[in-house]
Design a protein around this ligand. Structure first.
Ligand code: UDP
Ligand code: MG
Length: 316
């Protein structure tokens, strides 16, 4: 497929309290951009920062005319910050990356090259994760493998949100109003020609992770409930197994007189425990329906800046 030979590429960066490192990120990206043949715009999404991040980005806006800023009214989360950034991007291709330089800009030319070759999505596949805890690496690896097995679409392994997407893909994504989105799954769902470039994930240049365990679990649950019905099937399987055990045990006690109070009490706790767990699984899916039925806006934008300096063909 022929690509625009003089394209504009948008880089979308979600930002949540990154005051320690954001200036450095901007410097690195600006020097990268200056060395490239394509035009670039940098779209920062301030996801309700309560530190100086937004002020630092606004300062940089005075200095560089390719910086745009979208400010949320509060913290809506990484995935929604990406969603908004993509919608405000006007590039022929859109790159999503972390604002902490864990996704190295030096990988972007390889992504752009694949894009010129005709690929519509080029995602970064992590070879190594420097400077992250043993627990984070192990849990992330387990999550990607479980999701890969369970999901009803092919979500690539060890892939975060660092990727390049063609405008055609961005157009479709922008129309998907899913509350609590799992963006990387949605990109797989969209389809088109997708490929990977491998890269080594660097350490954070400054600050600490903005993804505590609670947010990681929330993201994993969203990934599973929006792309798989396997847990619901497991509920059925568990039900059948319990019924079978009950029947077998009933026969055994009938013919042997084997029944102890302790065992009965133990089974009761087991049964209530398993039932509560199964109810929890069903409720997780139910909650997604509830969220969708409310039809609230996905996020609230308080302010934008930097866009007036540029042509706009932006949704919203
Ligand atoms: N982030 C965000 N909103 C949040 C949490 C994180 O916009 O609620 C941003 C954060 O500033 C960073 C990116 O999302 O640019 C990824 O977060 P982080 O680097 O903390 O995650 P990790 O790389 O540790 O998984
Ligand atoms: Mg990071």
């Amino acid at each position: 497929m022929a690509r625009n030979q003089n394209p504009l590429i948008s880089i979308v960066l979600p930002v949540f309290n990154e005051e320690e490192g954001i200036r450095h990120t901007i410097e690195i990206l600006e020097s990268y951009v200056a060395s490239q043949p394509e035009d670039y715009e940098l779209i920062f999404v301030d996801d309700g920062c309560v530190d100086r991040s937004a002020a630092i980005i606004q300062e940089a806006e005075q200095q560089y005319n390719n910086i745009r800023l979208v400010q949320f009214s509060r913290n809506f989360g990484h995935q929604l910050a990406i969603t908004a950034g993509i919608r405000y991007a006007s590039g022929d291709a859109v790159v999503v990356m972390d604002a902490d330089l864990q996704d190295p800009p030096s990988v972007i030319p390889a992504m752009v090259k694949k894009w010129h070759e005709g690929y519509d999505v080029v995602y970064g596949k992590r070879l190594q994760r420097d400077g992250e805890s043993w627990f984070k690496k192990a849990s992330a690896s387990a999550f990607y493998r479980i999701l890969h097995k369970f999901a009803n679409i092919d979500i690539p392994l060890d892939t975060g949100d660092f990727r390049l997407m063609d405008r055609q893909v961005v157009k479709v994504l922008s129309k998907m109003d899913e509350p609590d989105p799992f963006v990387r799954g949605m990109v797989s769902w969209v389809g088109f020609k997708q490929t990977a470039v491998e890269y080594e994930r660097d350490e954070r240049t400054a600050g600490t992770t903005k993804y505590p365990l609670s947010k990681m679990l929330h993201l994993s649950m969203n990934g599973i409930t929006s792309f798989s019905d396997v847990p619901l099937k497991l509920v059925n399987v568990a039900g059948f197994i319990m019924i079978a055990i009950g029947v077998i045990y009933g026969f055994i006690s009938l013919f042997t007189g084997f029944a102890t109070l302790q065992f009965a009490i133990f089974s009761m706790f087991e049964l209530f425990g398993i039932s509560a767990l199964m109810l929890g699984i069903v409720s997780a899916y139910l909650y997604r329906i509830f969220e969708t039925s409310r039809e609230r806006p996905l996020y609230v934008v308080a302010k934008t800046s930097g866009f007036e300096r540029h042509q706009s063909e932006v949704k919203h």
